[in-house]
Ligand binder design. Structure first.
Ligand code: GDP
Ligand code: GDP
Length: 447
């Protein structure tokens, strides 16, 4: 286990530059940042390394003063969470707007709780901005840092002071070299599927707290968020792609972004939970995402969600499954679970499947067993003749796990017909399990 790092939370209204600063501090460059007020965000965690020392940075949602009360109160709760969890808080304001009442609300709250904080005045990079920043000193606050999150100006000085304050407050700051990423080696589970399928609801259910915001209207995805989840004594890293919601008026872009997120999450995961909305049946977008999932060679579990809204009994499940299998032929190896992220029905079953499928994904067949299997197969089901020449497969090696990949040496490497390849995969599957996992075959000429 990782030792507990001091935690520093970034708080402030939307669009002041929290995300930009988070990326700068943690060295992440993949997060998309756009000039889009009204975007809500969940908590993101990362490590910041400075002068050989490390602490944890948390990017919170923020306050949304202009839109509806639902978001506003949800965001306040997020900020509150962060304040309670953090050892130190960086309050960020936009130099162009000054300290407004919501900022003061946060500052007063921090003072009331005796939580150490700095005030960062961001976006001090345009003409006359230095002068603007000076105004903040008149607000009677100490420890004001003019910075530019995009260019990095002022950030280093601020970090020097931050580390000094943390050390003074006797917070343990381990050397960067001693800090290992605690999530290394955990099963990585991506939650993918079209907007509104229930991805956030599922993660919320697993977390048992309001870390991700779900909203009743169709939302989407921008920034994937990793959440560590412990269940029955085991740990998992969930890659959630539903972290960001935005308004409908840019729906097309949002759908593209949501698909890109699914692709990114697929690149980083071992097992993909592919959520489909039972009430909508299998749509074109579902089959598209299923295709990506298959091509990426990840383990897949098909999660038919919102089953609480469907007719009871086996009949409905059977009919749904038939339609699904018909429309998603290439995911034939993926197990299906009918569940409800809302009520929690069959989530236990889902976890059993995750464990099983993850194990398959990482499973290496002992060489002796693999060779016995291969010899038998060649004896009873040899490959068909190709271009009037007999095809010979000499030996098989498992060259990779995750996904299981097998190399077969042959006298004519391109002679293995798709049908025969499928036969080999099915035989491997029948013999060794490999539930939920695509199997890859590579053929090489034997010299
Ligand atoms: P958040 O909502 O607080 O996380 O804000 P973002 O990090 O998403 O930033 C909102 C907008 O402000 C984006 O367009 C950023 O490019 C821009 N921005 C962030 N930091 C700076 C900065 O230091 N200078 C300037 N000029 N723009 C910035
Ligand atoms: P996401 O866009 O995939 O993250 O979807 P959300 O988690 O935001 O869910 C979209 C809507 O579907 C919300 O109104 C949820 O309350 C609802 N929902 C999600 N899962 C279920 C479920 O299992 N049953 C029912 N009845 N509603 C659900």
């Amino acid at each position: 286990m990782e030792e507990k790092l001091p935690r520093c939370a970034l708080v402030g209204r939307p669009n002041v530059g929290k995300s930009t600063l988070f990326n700068r501090l943690t060295g992440r460059r993949h997060a998309l940042v756009e000039d889009m007020p009204g975007v809500t965000r969940d908590r993101k965690y990362g490590h910041c390394e400075w002068n050989g020392q490390t602490f944890e940075v948390v990017d919170t949602g923020g306050l949304e003063p202009t839109t509806d009360d639902y978001i506003l109160s949800a965001m306040r709760r997020q900020t509150q969470f962060a304040i309670e969890e953090a050892d130190f808080v960086l309050v960020i304001v936009d130099a162009r707007h000054g300290v407004i009442s919501e900022d003061l609300e946060i500052i007063n709250e921090l003072r009331r709780q005796g939580k150490p904080f700095f005030l960062l005045v961001n976006k001090v990079d345009g003409p006359n901005q230095e002068a603007l920043a000076a105004e903040f000193y008149e607000s009677g606050l100490e420890k004001i840092y003019p910075i530019s999150a995009t260019h990095g100006a002022g950030v280093g000085d601020m970090l020097d002071d931050l580390l000094a304050e943390m050390t003074q407050a006797e917070m343990e700051l381990p050397d960067a070299a001693e800090v290992v990423d605690a999530t290394d080696g955990l099963p990585r589970i991506a939650v993918i599927g079209k907007p509104n399928a229930g991805k956030s609801t599922l993660i919320n259910h697993l977390l048992g707290e309001e870390r991700l915001l779900t909203m009743p209207e169709a939302g989407t995805t921008r920034d994937a968020i990793d959440v560590q989840i412990e269940r029955d004594g085991k740990e998992y890293l969930f890659i959630d792609t539903a972290g960001i919601r935005r308004k409908k008026y840019i729906k097309e872009r949002v759908e593209q972004l949501s698909i890109n997120q699914s692709l990114n999450a697929l690149d980083r995961c071992d097992v993909a939970l592919f959520l489909v909305d039972a009430t909508e049946g299998i749509t074109e977008q579902d089959t598209k995402v299923a295709g990506f999932a298959h091509n990426k060679g990840r383990a897949v579990i098909i999660v038919v969600n919102k089953w609480d809204l469907m007719p009871k009994g086996q009949e409905a499940m059977k009919a749904f499954e038939e339609d699904l299998r018909y429309k998603m032929k290439y995911l034939s190896y993926a197990p299906i679970v009918f569940c409800s992220a809302l009520t929690g029905a069959r989530i236990q079953r889902l976890f059993q499947l995750i464990d099983k499928v993850y194990e398959s994904f990482r499973f290496r067949i002992p060489t002796g067993e693999l060779n016995r299997f291969f010899t038998e197969m060649m004896r009873y089901h040899p490959p068909p003749v190709y271009k009037r020449r007999p095809v010979k497969f000499y030996y098989i090696t498992q060259i990779m796990v995750g996904p299981p990949t097998f190399l077969i040496s042959a006298n004519q490497p391109d002679a293995a017909h798709v049908t025969y390849q499928r036969f080999i995969m099915n035989s491997l599957r029948a013999e060794f399990g490999y539930e939920g996992v695509p199997i890859k075959l590579v053929f090489r000429r034997h010299h």
